[in-house]
Design a protein around this ligand. Structure first.
Ligand SMILES: NC(=O)c1ccc[n+]([C@@H]2O[C@H](COP(=O)([O-])OP(=O)(O)OC[C@H]3O[C@@H](n4cnc5c(N)ncnc54)[C@H](O)[C@@H]3O)[C@@H](O)[C@H]2O)c1
Length: 433
């Protein structure tokens, strides 16, 4: 069943799929990237990366030039040609916070129509536990072939961090579950070509699906705990950041950092996949749901801090100019998906504040999609209240004299309140006293 150098088709040339495809191509394998976005397909074929990620542009350029990587929107032909099909397509939640697996379904249907005996299908998209068993296998078996006998199936979650994706894909430990031993072994052999990280084979597909969800739910819940502690500490006149840092000296304590909420394509979505799976079995995932609620309500707390800060200079939120620093969901990235900044902006606009945004990474079009004006850093710092939302490195150099109207709300622990208060700036911060 297994070929030494299989031809690979990667379905989904996004933040995770394109680096994965390019890394396999760099190792000398023939890789065909499949995407429904024709513009991205054309960009990749011209040697350019549609994704902003350090090192990715170079990697795409070299692997396309070498002839090892090409892209297409014809998934059917690609699946027919390939021995291994990897599915790395988006898996968002809908408005009811239920998993939207449409892209996985479409990719699997396409693969199914061209599946050959001896092929191996690998799902990398983050999915609710049971998705491979209940959705992927029935779709693939519409081919008339039998999973585990005629074709293999494995699940391996992607766990790389944006801005360090290439390093992490090739160094992080990789968890693999298979429909049987042979599928897991074959998938391990393939990923061994691009990763120096440990390969951990777990008992089955569903365990591997759950591992990814557990990791992100652990982090989301930990951040919710930090956020709740932060709000309580503010009311007790305790600096939560100082307290958390001190608590973390305990050898078995690792409280995360509070902030304006949780964004990105993973942490703010994946816990809902567990909630959904639990509900189907009559279990309420109370801790996980509450953690999500706490994190989703953090923008409201930030508005409360803005209101408090402005009231110290006798200004209402209504009509005040608010300069938001950063809408990316995390430091030094261009990714603003699920960013808590979006809700914060909505809430401020609802209170009739005049909001503008500076973000050196996020494109002006994305900023405009939040119905606000992108401005320069200088312009943002001239506002009645400056709100630091994302801890981009450049904001760490902000000094008290740069806050022209003397009112600052800092949602991340990157500026020292004492430095600002000592210079007469009104400083409010998540968890800061
Ligand atoms: N971005 C991250 O940091 C990250 C980290 C770990 C895991 N993941 C998971 O990886 C998966 C992919 O995420 P991403 O961030 O790369 O998504 P993305 O939105 O950046 O890219 C997905 C790509 O898939 C394409 N696509 C959609 N439907 C398709 C189909 N039927 N056939 C072929 N291509 C299709 C889209 O056009 C897009 O280019 C998701 O399940 C996500 O949860 C993402």
């Amino acid at each position: 069943m297994y070929k030494e150098n299989p031809k690979i088709a990667v379905f989904g040339l996004g933040h995770m799929g394109l680096p994965t495809a390019a890394l396999f191509a760099q190792r000398g394998l023939q890789v065909l990237g499949v995407d429904i976005n024709k513009k991205n397909v054309d960009l990749v074929n011209s040697g350019k990366s549609p994704i902003m990620e350090p090192g990715l542009g170079d990697l795409v350029q070299k692997t396309v030039a070498s002839g090892n990587l090409s892209a297409t929107d014809n998934g059917k032909d690609a699946a027919y040609d390939a021995d291994v099909m990897m599915v790395i397509v988006p898996t968002p939640v809908d408005l009811e916070k239920r998993s939207d697996l449409e892209a996985v379904k479409t990719a699997c249907k396409t693969i199914s129509s061209s599946l050959n005996k001896g092929d191996l299908v690998i799902i990398e998209s983050t999915v609710p536990p049971g998705t491979c068993e209940n959705l992927v296998i029935p779709l693939l078996e519409e081919s008339g072939l039998k999973v585990g006998e005629d074709f293999g199936l494995a699940f391996t979650p992607e766990r790389a961090l944006p801005n360090n994706t290439i390093y992490e894909i090739s160094h992080n430990a990789r968890v693999i579950g298979g429909i049987n031993r042979e599928s897991a072994d074959n998938a391990a052999e393939i990923y061994g070509k691009i990763t120096e990280g440990e390969i951990i084979k777990v008992k089955n597909l569903m365990t591997a699906e759950m591992v990814k969800l557990m990791e992100n739910t652990y982090r989301d819940t930990n951040i919710a705990l930090a956020n709740e502690m932060a709000i309580i500490c503010e009311s007790l006149d305790i600096d939560a950041i100082e307290a958390i840092k001190a608590a973390n000296h305990h050898p078995r304590v690792n409280i995360h950092i509070p902030g304006p909420g949780v964004g990105g394509h993973c942490l703010s979505i994946d816990p809902y996949f567990i909630v959904e799976a639990a509900q189907k079995r009559g279990i309420e995932a109370n801790l996980i749901k509450t953690s999500r609620m706490i994190n989703e309500e953090m923008p409201e707390h930030v508005v409360h801090l803005v209101r408090e800060a402005l009231s110290e200079v006798q200004k209402p939120v209504k009509g005040s100019k608010i300069g938001i620093l950063g809408v990316a969901y995390k430091a030094n990235v261009a990714d603003a998906r699920e960013t808590p900044a979006e809700n914060l902006i909505k809430l401020l606009i609802k209170e009739e504040a005049l909001v503008c945004v500076h973000d050196p990474f996020v494109s002006p079009d994305v900023i405009k999609s939040f119905k606000v004006k992108p401005v320069s850093l200088d312009q943002a710092l001239k506002c009645d209240c400056v709100v630091l939302v994302t801890d981009h490195d450049i904001y760490k150099d902000i000094t008290p004299h740069m806050i022209e109207k003397g009112v600052l709300v800092c949602t991340r622990p990157v500026l020292n309140p004492d430095d600002f208060r000592g210079e007469g700036v009104i400083f409010k911060g998540v968890g800061r006293f």
